[in-house]
Design a protein around this ligand. Structure first.
Ligand SMILES: C[S@@+](CC[C@H](N)C(=O)[O-])C[C@H]1O[C@@H](n2cnc3c(N)ncnc32)[C@H](O)[C@@H]1O
Length: 197
């Protein structure tokens, strides 16, 4: 990962956050309860919205992202620890977490299938998984544009794919989707799921 993406992330996200993404985060994150794992927490844009969690363990493999998140962690209403590690091999025991939070990250993780399997392993039976992700749309023109743009986009945005079928992947991994909201022409999905075990 280059250094410009972590440094510019908050500024790049600013317009999107103000045009609705921050509201989506707020509604979703306040549902996180108990012992919470956040995957790929970036600069910690979700941290202000944790209200009910007892404790949050965030994982983030990019040192500059993690560093930027630390001040947000100290200002949070709930205790947050940020560990420098990736999602494909989580350093936690089976059935550890009540809630797992995943926002705008399955687009970037090199092996999202492995990451979801790990999330399933560390999340308790009937634990909740809260996701906010952008996905490939089922539209002939827009979908083709997403395929076409992904090779360049990936290079510019540190591995971010525009063309992943994340909803299908979540279902195939064994999670039961309990709520689905679509935003911005179906490009962004808010998915609430339960860990069936
Ligand atoms: C687009 S940013 C999203 C950050 C944050 N979740 C948010 O909602 O603003 C993608 C994040 O995924 C992280 N990431 C990349 N590969 C990862 C992996 N293998 N495991 C966990 N996180 C990863 C990146 O370092 C980056 O912080």
């Amino acid at each position: 990962m280059g250094i410009w993406f972590p440094k510019l992330y908050d500024s790049l996200m600013g317009p999107l956050e103000r045009r609705g993404v921050q509201g989506i985060r707020k509604n979703l994150i306040q549902k996180a309860q108990g012992y919470v794992l956040e995957i790929g927490s970036g600069t910690g844009l979700n941290f202000p919205f944790y209200l009910q969690a007892e404790q949050v363990i965030a994982i983030e493999p990019e040192p500059l992202m993690r560093k930027q998140s630390l001040s947000r962690a100290t200002q949070s209403r709930v205790p947050i620890e940020v560990m420098l590690t990736g999602a494909e091999e989580l350093p936690f025991s089976d059935n550890s977490f009540d809630t797992v939070v995943v926002t705008l990250v399955l687009c970037t993780i090199p092996d999202p299938q492995k990451a979801l399997e790990e999330i399933r392993r560390v999340c308790k039976p009937n634990g909740q998984v809260l996701l906010f992700e952008h996905v490939k749309v089922n539209h002939p023109v827009l979908g083709r544009m997403q395929e076409w743009m992904t090779p360049v986009w990936k290079r510019l945005c540190d591995g971010c794919h525009l063309n992943r079928n994340t909803l299908e992947l979540v279902k195939q991994t064994g999670f039961r989707v309990t709520s689905l909201e679509r935003h911005y022409r179906n490009i962004f999905l808010v998915i609430e799921a339960v860990n069936r075990k």
